[in-house]
Ligand binder design. Sequence first.
Ligand SMILES: Nc1ncnc2c1ncn2[C@@H]1O[C@H](COP(=O)(O)OP(=O)(O)O)[C@@H](O)[C@H]1O
Ligand code: SF4
Ligand SMILES: [Mg+2]
Length: 352
Amino acid sequence: MTIIDKTADVPAPRGSTENSGPLLDVRDLHVEFKTRDGVVKAVNGVNYSVSAGETLAVLGESGSGKSVTAQAIMGILDMPPGRIPQGEILFRGEDMLTMGYEERRKIRGQKIAMIFQDALSSLNPVLTVGYQLAEMFRVHQGLSKKDAKAKAIDLMDRVRIPAAKERVNDYPHQFSGGMRQRIMIAMALALEPDLIIADEPTTALDVTVQAQVMDLLAELQREYNMGLILITHDLGVVADVADKIAVMYAGRIVETAPVHELYKRPAHPYTRGLLDSIPRLDQKGQELYAIKGLPPNLLKIPTGCAFNPRCPKAQDICRTDVPPLLSVTERDGGELPGRHSACHFWKEQIHG
Ligand SMILES: Nc1ncnc2c1ncn2[C@@H]1O[C@H](COP(=O)(O)OP(=O)(O)O)[C@@H](O)[C@H]1O
Ligand code: SF4
Ligand SMILES: [Mg+2]
Protein backbone atom coordinates (compact mmCIF):
# COMPACT_ATOMS: atom_id res chain seq x y z
CA MET A 1 0.00 0.00 0.00
CA THR A 2 1.23 3.50 -0.80
CA ILE A 3 1.15 5.59 2.28
CA ILE A 4 2.32 8.92 1.01
CA ASP A 5 0.97 11.20 -1.61
CA LYS A 6 3.96 13.00 -3.01
CA THR A 7 1.98 15.43 -5.13
CA ALA A 8 2.59 18.29 -2.76
CA ASP A 9 6.31 18.88 -2.63
CA VAL A 10 8.18 20.22 0.33
CA PRO A 11 8.99 23.94 0.02
CA ALA A 12 12.28 25.01 -1.54
CA PRO A 13 14.60 25.25 1.43
CA ARG A 14 16.84 28.13 2.37
CA GLY A 15 20.13 28.12 0.59
CA SER A 16 19.30 25.50 -2.02
CA THR A 17 19.30 26.13 -5.71
CA GLU A 18 16.11 25.36 -7.52
CA ASN A 19 17.14 22.22 -9.34
CA SER A 20 19.21 20.61 -6.62
CA GLY A 21 17.23 17.69 -5.27
CA PRO A 22 17.24 16.78 -1.62
CA LEU A 23 20.52 15.76 -0.04
CA LEU A 24 18.88 12.86 1.73
CA ASP A 25 15.60 11.29 0.75
CA VAL A 26 14.26 8.43 2.86
CA ARG A 27 11.52 6.54 1.08
CA ASP A 28 9.09 4.05 2.53
CA LEU A 29 11.70 2.78 4.97
CA HIS A 30 10.86 -0.26 7.07
CA VAL A 31 13.02 -1.67 9.85
CA GLU A 32 12.17 -4.64 12.03
CA PHE A 33 13.90 -6.57 14.77
CA LYS A 34 13.54 -10.27 15.33
CA THR A 35 13.30 -10.86 19.07
CA ARG A 36 12.41 -13.80 21.30
CA ASP A 37 8.92 -12.39 21.74
CA GLY A 38 8.29 -11.78 18.05
CA VAL A 39 9.04 -9.21 15.36
CA VAL A 40 9.36 -5.61 16.60
CA LYS A 41 8.18 -3.35 13.80
CA ALA A 42 10.23 -0.30 14.71
CA VAL A 43 9.96 1.66 11.44
CA ASN A 44 6.92 1.20 9.22
CA GLY A 45 7.20 3.21 6.04
CA VAL A 46 9.06 6.41 6.91
CA ASN A 47 9.37 9.14 4.28
CA TYR A 48 11.37 12.27 4.86
CA SER A 49 13.89 14.40 3.07
CA VAL A 50 16.34 17.16 3.85
CA SER A 51 18.21 19.53 1.55
CA ALA A 52 21.43 21.49 1.88
CA GLY A 53 20.96 24.43 4.21
CA GLU A 54 17.80 22.97 5.66
CA THR A 55 16.95 21.73 9.15
CA LEU A 56 14.43 18.96 9.58
CA ALA A 57 13.27 18.20 13.10
CA VAL A 58 12.04 14.65 13.68
CA LEU A 59 9.74 14.67 16.65
CA GLY A 60 8.04 11.93 18.60
CA GLU A 61 7.77 10.27 21.98
CA SER A 62 10.36 7.75 23.09
CA GLY A 63 10.12 4.49 21.15
CA SER A 64 8.59 5.95 17.99
CA GLY A 65 11.48 4.80 15.77
CA LYS A 66 13.41 8.06 15.45
CA SER A 67 16.81 6.64 16.40
CA VAL A 68 16.34 3.40 14.49
CA THR A 69 15.63 5.43 11.33
CA ALA A 70 18.83 7.42 11.95
CA GLN A 71 20.80 4.22 12.55
CA ALA A 72 19.53 2.84 9.25
CA ILE A 73 20.70 6.01 7.48
CA MET A 74 24.12 5.82 9.14
CA GLY A 75 24.43 2.09 8.52
CA ILE A 76 24.91 1.34 12.20
CA LEU A 77 21.83 -0.82 12.81
CA ASP A 78 22.33 -4.07 14.69
CA MET A 79 21.84 -6.53 11.82
CA PRO A 80 20.76 -9.09 12.93
CA PRO A 81 18.49 -8.79 14.87
CA GLY A 82 17.63 -5.77 12.70
CA ARG A 83 16.49 -6.07 9.08
CA ILE A 84 15.45 -3.58 6.40
CA PRO A 85 12.74 -5.45 4.48
CA GLN A 86 11.76 -2.48 2.34
CA GLY A 87 12.67 1.08 1.45
CA GLU A 88 15.31 3.35 -0.02
CA ILE A 89 17.76 5.76 1.54
CA LEU A 90 18.84 8.10 -1.24
CA PHE A 91 21.88 10.28 -0.72
CA ARG A 92 22.15 12.78 -3.57
CA GLY A 93 19.82 10.51 -5.53
CA GLU A 94 21.68 7.24 -4.94
CA ASP A 95 20.34 4.47 -2.79
CA MET A 96 22.78 3.74 0.01
CA LEU A 97 21.06 0.42 0.68
CA THR A 98 22.11 -0.97 -2.70
CA MET A 99 25.43 0.78 -3.42
CA GLY A 100 28.79 -0.96 -2.98
CA TYR A 101 30.48 -1.19 0.40
CA GLU A 102 33.31 1.20 -0.41
CA GLU A 103 31.04 3.92 -1.78
CA ARG A 104 28.72 3.63 1.20
CA ARG A 105 31.61 3.78 3.65
CA LYS A 106 32.87 7.01 2.10
CA ILE A 107 29.47 8.70 2.39
CA ARG A 108 28.86 7.55 5.92
CA GLY A 109 32.33 8.38 7.09
CA GLN A 110 32.74 11.77 5.45
CA LYS A 111 29.51 13.14 4.01
CA ILE A 112 27.19 12.31 6.88
CA ALA A 113 28.12 12.76 10.52
CA MET A 114 26.15 11.93 13.61
CA ILE A 115 25.94 13.50 17.06
CA PHE A 116 24.61 11.38 19.90
CA GLN A 117 22.94 12.31 23.16
CA ASP A 118 25.67 10.95 25.34
CA ALA A 119 29.01 12.57 24.57
CA LEU A 120 30.77 10.83 27.43
CA SER A 121 30.22 7.39 25.98
CA SER A 122 31.01 8.55 22.43
CA LEU A 123 34.39 10.01 23.37
CA ASN A 124 37.36 7.91 24.41
CA PRO A 125 37.98 8.61 28.13
CA VAL A 126 41.71 7.86 28.03
CA LEU A 127 42.61 10.18 25.13
CA THR A 128 42.67 13.97 25.21
CA VAL A 129 39.94 15.68 23.20
CA GLY A 130 42.63 17.35 21.11
CA TYR A 131 44.07 14.00 20.18
CA GLN A 132 40.65 12.65 19.23
CA LEU A 133 39.89 15.67 17.06
CA ALA A 134 43.33 15.72 15.48
CA GLU A 135 43.06 12.02 14.70
CA MET A 136 40.18 12.78 12.31
CA PHE A 137 42.44 15.05 10.26
CA ARG A 138 45.38 12.69 10.38
CA VAL A 139 43.40 9.67 9.27
CA HIS A 140 41.14 11.30 6.70
CA GLN A 141 43.25 14.15 5.40
CA GLY A 142 46.75 12.84 6.05
CA LEU A 143 47.80 15.96 7.99
CA SER A 144 50.96 16.02 10.11
CA LYS A 145 50.63 15.82 13.89
CA LYS A 146 51.30 19.53 14.24
CA ASP A 147 48.87 20.65 11.53
CA ALA A 148 46.18 18.31 12.81
CA LYS A 149 46.52 19.75 16.31
CA ALA A 150 46.29 23.30 14.96
CA LYS A 151 43.09 22.37 13.14
CA ALA A 152 41.73 20.74 16.29
CA ILE A 153 42.28 23.99 18.21
CA ASP A 154 40.69 25.99 15.43
CA LEU A 155 37.65 23.73 15.52
CA MET A 156 37.37 24.00 19.31
CA ASP A 157 37.41 27.78 18.83
CA ARG A 158 34.64 27.55 16.29
CA VAL A 159 32.38 25.66 18.67
CA ARG A 160 33.32 28.32 21.23
CA ILE A 161 35.16 26.32 23.80
CA PRO A 162 36.96 28.98 25.85
CA ALA A 163 40.76 28.77 26.01
CA ALA A 164 40.87 26.13 23.29
CA LYS A 165 44.66 26.26 23.12
CA GLU A 166 45.00 25.04 26.68
CA ARG A 167 41.95 22.84 26.81
CA VAL A 168 43.01 20.86 23.76
CA ASN A 169 45.15 18.77 26.15
CA ASP A 170 42.28 17.98 28.54
CA TYR A 171 40.42 14.69 28.81
CA PRO A 172 36.66 14.34 28.19
CA HIS A 173 35.78 14.08 31.90
CA GLN A 174 37.38 17.48 32.53
CA PHE A 175 34.68 19.20 30.50
CA SER A 176 31.11 20.03 31.55
CA GLY A 177 28.22 18.29 29.77
CA GLY A 178 27.57 21.30 27.55
CA MET A 179 31.24 21.66 26.61
CA ARG A 180 31.47 17.94 25.87
CA GLN A 181 28.53 18.25 23.52
CA ARG A 182 30.38 21.11 21.78
CA ILE A 183 33.31 18.75 21.32
CA MET A 184 30.92 16.23 19.75
CA ILE A 185 29.73 18.97 17.39
CA ALA A 186 33.35 19.76 16.55
CA MET A 187 34.03 16.08 15.80
CA ALA A 188 30.97 15.96 13.55
CA LEU A 189 32.06 19.13 11.73
CA ALA A 190 35.69 18.11 11.31
CA LEU A 191 35.36 16.68 7.83
CA GLU A 192 32.83 19.31 6.74
CA PRO A 193 30.03 16.84 6.07
CA ASP A 194 27.02 17.65 3.86
CA LEU A 195 24.61 16.36 6.47
CA ILE A 196 24.59 16.06 10.25
CA ILE A 197 22.16 13.87 12.12
CA ALA A 198 21.86 14.96 15.73
CA ASP A 199 19.98 12.46 17.89
CA GLU A 200 18.66 14.20 21.01
CA PRO A 201 21.87 16.28 21.17
CA THR A 202 20.77 18.36 24.14
CA THR A 203 18.55 15.98 26.09
CA ALA A 204 21.16 15.30 28.78
CA LEU A 205 21.83 19.03 29.38
CA ASP A 206 20.06 21.55 31.58
CA VAL A 207 17.69 23.99 29.94
CA THR A 208 19.92 27.06 29.48
CA VAL A 209 22.80 24.98 28.16
CA GLN A 210 20.34 23.18 25.87
CA ALA A 211 19.43 26.44 24.18
CA GLN A 212 23.07 27.50 23.77
CA VAL A 213 24.10 24.22 22.18
CA MET A 214 21.05 24.24 19.92
CA ASP A 215 21.77 27.80 18.80
CA LEU A 216 25.38 26.92 18.07
CA LEU A 217 24.32 23.94 16.01
CA ALA A 218 21.88 26.06 14.03
CA GLU A 219 24.47 28.75 13.44
CA LEU A 220 27.09 26.30 12.18
CA GLN A 221 24.51 24.58 10.01
CA ARG A 222 23.85 27.90 8.26
CA GLU A 223 27.51 28.80 8.03
CA TYR A 224 28.44 25.49 6.42
CA ASN A 225 25.16 25.27 4.47
CA MET A 226 24.68 21.71 5.71
CA GLY A 227 21.56 19.66 5.94
CA LEU A 228 20.65 18.97 9.57
CA ILE A 229 18.32 16.33 10.96
CA LEU A 230 17.48 17.14 14.52
CA ILE A 231 15.90 14.25 16.39
CA THR A 232 14.03 15.14 19.54
CA HIS A 233 11.14 14.21 21.81
CA ASP A 234 10.88 17.86 22.87
CA LEU A 235 8.95 20.20 20.61
CA GLY A 236 10.10 23.11 22.74
CA VAL A 237 13.77 22.90 21.82
CA VAL A 238 13.44 22.85 18.02
CA ALA A 239 10.95 25.65 17.43
CA ASP A 240 13.55 28.32 16.75
CA VAL A 241 16.00 26.29 14.73
CA ALA A 242 14.04 23.93 12.47
CA ASP A 243 12.67 24.77 9.01
CA LYS A 244 10.27 21.86 8.93
CA ILE A 245 9.07 19.10 11.20
CA ALA A 246 8.19 15.45 10.69
CA VAL A 247 6.18 13.97 13.55
CA MET A 248 6.66 10.24 14.16
CA TYR A 249 4.36 7.81 15.87
CA ALA A 250 4.77 4.03 16.08
CA GLY A 251 7.37 3.98 13.32
CA ARG A 252 5.49 6.17 10.86
CA ILE A 253 5.45 9.85 9.93
CA VAL A 254 2.02 11.11 10.92
CA GLU A 255 2.45 14.78 10.07
CA THR A 256 4.89 17.00 8.18
CA ALA A 257 4.82 20.79 8.05
CA PRO A 258 6.94 23.92 7.93
CA VAL A 259 7.72 24.56 11.58
CA HIS A 260 5.63 27.67 12.22
CA GLU A 261 2.59 26.25 10.51
CA LEU A 262 2.78 23.14 12.61
CA TYR A 263 2.63 25.27 15.75
CA LYS A 264 -0.16 27.44 14.44
CA ARG A 265 -2.42 24.80 12.95
CA PRO A 266 -1.53 21.16 13.57
CA ALA A 267 -3.34 18.75 11.23
CA HIS A 268 -3.07 15.66 13.42
CA PRO A 269 -4.48 15.00 16.90
CA TYR A 270 -1.16 13.55 18.06
CA THR A 271 0.67 16.76 17.16
CA ARG A 272 -2.08 18.72 18.90
CA GLY A 273 -1.48 16.61 22.01
CA LEU A 274 2.27 17.20 21.88
CA LEU A 275 1.75 20.95 21.53
CA ASP A 276 -0.67 21.02 24.44
CA SER A 277 1.86 19.17 26.60
CA ILE A 278 4.52 21.93 26.32
CA PRO A 279 4.78 23.90 29.58
CA ARG A 280 3.90 27.56 29.03
CA LEU A 281 4.92 30.51 31.15
CA ASP A 282 1.44 32.06 31.06
CA GLN A 283 -0.08 28.88 32.45
CA LYS A 284 2.02 28.60 35.58
CA GLY A 285 0.31 26.65 38.30
CA GLN A 286 -2.19 25.03 35.96
CA GLU A 287 -2.00 21.31 35.46
CA LEU A 288 -0.15 20.38 32.32
CA TYR A 289 -1.99 18.47 29.61
CA ALA A 290 -0.70 14.98 28.94
CA ILE A 291 -1.68 12.67 26.10
CA LYS A 292 -3.46 9.78 27.80
CA GLY A 293 -1.99 6.29 27.75
CA LEU A 294 1.36 5.13 26.43
CA PRO A 295 2.92 4.65 23.01
CA PRO A 296 2.05 1.22 21.60
CA ASN A 297 4.03 -1.96 21.96
CA LEU A 298 5.72 -2.33 18.59
CA LEU A 299 5.33 -6.09 18.77
CA LYS A 300 1.60 -5.51 18.45
CA ILE A 301 0.73 -2.21 16.82
CA PRO A 302 -3.02 -1.40 17.03
CA THR A 303 -4.96 -2.02 13.82
CA GLY A 304 -6.14 0.98 11.82
CA CYS A 305 -4.59 4.20 13.07
CA ALA A 306 -1.88 3.25 15.58
CA PHE A 307 -2.82 6.30 17.66
CA ASN A 308 -6.50 5.31 18.00
CA PRO A 309 -6.43 3.94 21.58
CA ARG A 310 -5.13 7.33 22.79
CA CYS A 311 -6.90 9.66 20.40
CA PRO A 312 -9.68 11.92 21.68
CA LYS A 313 -11.07 12.18 18.13
CA ALA A 314 -11.12 8.47 17.23
CA GLN A 315 -14.13 7.05 15.33
CA ASP A 316 -14.92 3.52 14.11
CA ILE A 317 -12.92 3.83 10.87
CA CYS A 318 -9.82 4.65 12.94
CA ARG A 319 -9.85 1.15 14.42
CA THR A 320 -9.95 -0.59 11.02
CA ASP A 321 -8.30 1.57 8.33
CA VAL A 322 -4.72 2.85 8.33
CA PRO A 323 -4.89 6.57 7.48
CA PRO A 324 -2.54 7.32 4.54
CA LEU A 325 -0.16 10.28 4.77
CA LEU A 326 -1.88 12.74 2.46
CA SER A 327 -1.36 16.32 1.37
CA VAL A 328 -3.11 18.83 3.57
CA THR A 329 -4.88 21.72 1.83
CA GLU A 330 -6.67 24.93 2.70
CA ARG A 331 -10.44 24.78 3.17
CA ASP A 332 -10.90 25.94 -0.45
CA GLY A 333 -8.44 23.34 -1.76
CA GLY A 334 -5.53 25.80 -1.90
CA GLU A 335 -2.12 24.18 -1.60
CA LEU A 336 -0.19 24.06 1.64
CA PRO A 337 3.31 23.12 0.46
CA GLY A 338 5.14 20.63 2.60
CA ARG A 339 2.10 19.77 4.67
CA HIS A 340 0.91 16.19 5.09
CA SER A 341 -1.19 14.40 7.68
CA ALA A 342 -2.00 10.76 8.34
CA CYS A 343 -5.36 11.27 10.03
CA HIS A 344 -8.76 10.33 8.58
CA PHE A 345 -10.08 13.57 10.06
CA TRP A 346 -7.29 16.02 9.28
CA LYS A 347 -9.78 18.52 7.85
CA GLU A 348 -11.66 18.80 11.13
CA GLN A 349 -8.35 19.04 12.96
CA ILE A 350 -6.87 21.86 10.90
CA HIS A 351 -9.96 23.76 9.84
CA GLY A 352 -11.99 23.14 13.03
N1 LIG B 1 18.47 -3.85 18.68
C1 LIG B 1 17.15 -3.84 18.89
N2 LIG B 1 16.47 -4.97 19.12
C2 LIG B 1 15.13 -4.97 19.34
N3 LIG B 1 14.36 -3.86 19.33
C3 LIG B 1 14.99 -2.69 19.12
C4 LIG B 1 16.40 -2.61 18.89
N4 LIG B 1 16.73 -1.30 18.71
C5 LIG B 1 15.56 -0.61 18.83
N5 LIG B 1 14.53 -1.44 19.06
C6 LIG B 1 13.12 -1.06 19.26
O1 LIG B 1 12.73 -0.19 18.22
C7 LIG B 1 11.76 0.73 18.72
C8 LIG B 1 12.11 2.13 18.29
O2 LIG B 1 13.24 2.55 19.00
P1 LIG B 1 13.96 3.94 18.80
O3 LIG B 1 14.13 4.22 17.36
O4 LIG B 1 15.17 3.88 19.63
O5 LIG B 1 12.92 4.97 19.40
P2 LIG B 1 13.11 6.55 19.62
O6 LIG B 1 14.47 6.94 19.16
O7 LIG B 1 12.02 7.18 18.84
O8 LIG B 1 12.91 6.75 21.09
C9 LIG B 1 11.71 0.55 20.22
O9 LIG B 1 10.57 -0.19 20.54
C10 LIG B 1 12.95 -0.23 20.52
O10 LIG B 1 12.74 -1.07 21.62
S1 SF4 C 1 -7.11 8.67 12.26
FE1 SF4 C 1 -8.56 8.65 13.92
S2 SF4 C 1 -7.45 7.82 15.68
FE2 SF4 C 1 -5.96 8.42 14.15
S3 SF4 C 1 -5.40 10.46 14.73
FE3 SF4 C 1 -7.04 10.67 13.23
S4 SF4 C 1 -8.91 10.76 14.44
FE4 SF4 C 1 -7.31 10.01 15.78
MG1 LIG D 1 16.02 7.74 20.31
